[in-house]
Ligand binder design. Structure first.
Ligand code: AMP
Ligand code: GLY
Length: 421
């Protein structure tokens, strides 16, 4: 069968790579893909009609939609309306990520553990609410903001400023018309994923992302600078508990409200003194988590996705490698602010056979590859221990260079510290 993967990130490269390993798959096309993927078709992933046309042209038997924006824009709905098999939530189901106000209110309706919150579309009422709160707060823009519209505040003054930034100055775009203000929680964070068919949720292996730009979790938030899987924060009994108390009630609630969720449900969790709490839900795989979790999947990804699309996940079991994977993102100079594109990337052709390098912001011209975006590549090491997997990832990172390239040197370090403690 032929598969089309919509998106251009390292997550989509990893999805395409995993799909291509399936014995039932004869070809995988990316729309629009990047400098590390082939074949690519030049398509705007936000344009449902264009994605439908590309799927027809490629004679795709299955379309996998990777990123949040096209999901929220209803690209899966457009494909399904045209009779094309598509994997990913509908726009209605993707609301769980696309609107933080909707998502938090949903969690409250179903008793999903999450920080207490209020939502506002009125700036003055929101300021007045902040004045009435005692503890530290987090201010979140309602809409999709590429992980940037969340401001974690220490003081009430900071919360007032954050609110002005989000709602008045619209520093994170139109998504700032409404805000969620919630209690600040503390604890370690991990990402839990489930493959869902509208009714049944099948757990994936968990992982941890590193969102801040600099070592030691300092500096501004990014799309994610590295990840690893597994994590001792989510052993099997904790994963079972998260599935029972968080993921399954969410899937049941979405179905009950007429928004059955088919796709990857991503629960961003904080492990607090009161147990795991949901920081956010996403309606897709994580990036960079996909790059470290998919290589650990021993089962056939496409077979599992087909079962999800058919509503037949009940009874399916996934096999996972017990090995560790660690992924390091190589970013352009200036990221997460403005970056310069077109910087030549060298070393890609001299990597050892089987090296796992997932491209994101890259572009191929002839036999050369150039940067095109902030996060350029994710290099992944796999080994029997995290120590070795990390070393493998950093060996790959050292063999690739482009002007201004930078990456965090401490991916996985906290996990090793946890293990030592
Ligand atoms: P989000 O985009 O919602 O995942 O938020 C980005 C980051 O902000 C999270 O990974 C957390 O580190 C932090 N964050 C979000 N909400 C809270 C909260 N209620 N308490 C503490 N930190 C938070
Ligand atoms: N790893 C963060 C995200 O995918 O949103």
């Amino acid at each position: 069968m032929k598969v089309l993967v919509v998106g251009s990130g390292a997550r989509e490269h990893a999805l395409a790579w995993a799909a291509a390993r399936s014995p039932v798959v004869s070809s995988v096309v990316l729309a629009p893909g990047n400098g590390g993927t082939a074949p690519n078709v030049a398509v705007d992933p936000m344009n449902g009609a264009a994605v439908v046309a590309a799927a027809r042209e490629a004679r795709a038997d299955l379309v996998i939609v990777g990123p949040d924006d096209p999901l929220a824009a209803g690209v899966v709905d457009a494909l399904q309306a045209s009779g094309i098999r598509a994997f990913g939530p509908t726009a209605a189901a993707a609301q769980i990520e696309a609107s933080k106000v909707w998502s938090k209110d949903f969690m409250r309706r179903y008793g999903i553990p999450t920080a207490p919150h209020e939502s506002f579309d009125d700036l003055r009422a929101a300021h007045a609410f902040i004045d009435r709160q005692a503890g530290p707060l987090v201010v979140k823009a309602d809409g999709l903001t590429r992980g940037k519209g969340v401001i974690v505040c220490d003081t009430s003054d900071e919360a007032h400023q954050a609110l002005d930034q989000v709602m008045e100055q619209r520093a994170f775009g139109a998504g700032g018309a409404r805000v969620v203000i919630e209690q600040r929680l503390s604890g370690e964070e991990a990402s839990v994923f489930a493959l869902c068919d509208g009714e049944t949720a099948l757990p994936f292996e968990a992982g941890r992302d590193h969102k801040r730009i600099f070592d030691g979790d300092r500096g501004p938030n990014t799309g994610g600078m590295g990840a690893y899987s597994p994590t001792r924060l989510v052993p099997p009994d904790v994963l079972d508990d998260v599935m029972e108390r968080i993921v399954r009630p969410t899937i049941r609630g979405l179905a009950a409200e007429g928004r059955p969720f088919t796709g990857f449900l991503y629960a961003g969790l904080m492990f607090t003194a009161d147990g795991p709490q949901v920081i956010e839900f996403n309606a897709r795989m994580g990036d960079p988590e996909a790059q470290v979790i998919l290589p650990r999947l021993e089962s056939d990804l496409v077979e599992a996705i087909q079962a999800a699309v058919d509503g037949k996940l009940a009874g399916v079991r996934l096999r996972w490698s017990q090995r560790h994977a660690c992924g390091v993102c190589l970013a352009s100079a200036g990221y997460p602010e403005t970056v310069r594109d077109g910087v030549p990337i060298v070393g890609l052709d001299r990597l050892p056979p089987g090296a796992l390098v997932f491209h994101a912001g890259s572009e191929r011209r002839g036999d050369r590859v150039f940067s095109k975006g902030g996060r350029v590549l994710t290099v992944v090491g796999q080994a029997d221990s995290l120590v070795e997997a990390r070393a493998g990832a950093y060996r790959l990172a050292e063999q690739i260079s482009f002007e201004g390239a930078h990456y965090r040197k401490d991916i996985g370090a906290r996990e090793l510290a946890l293990a030592a403690a």
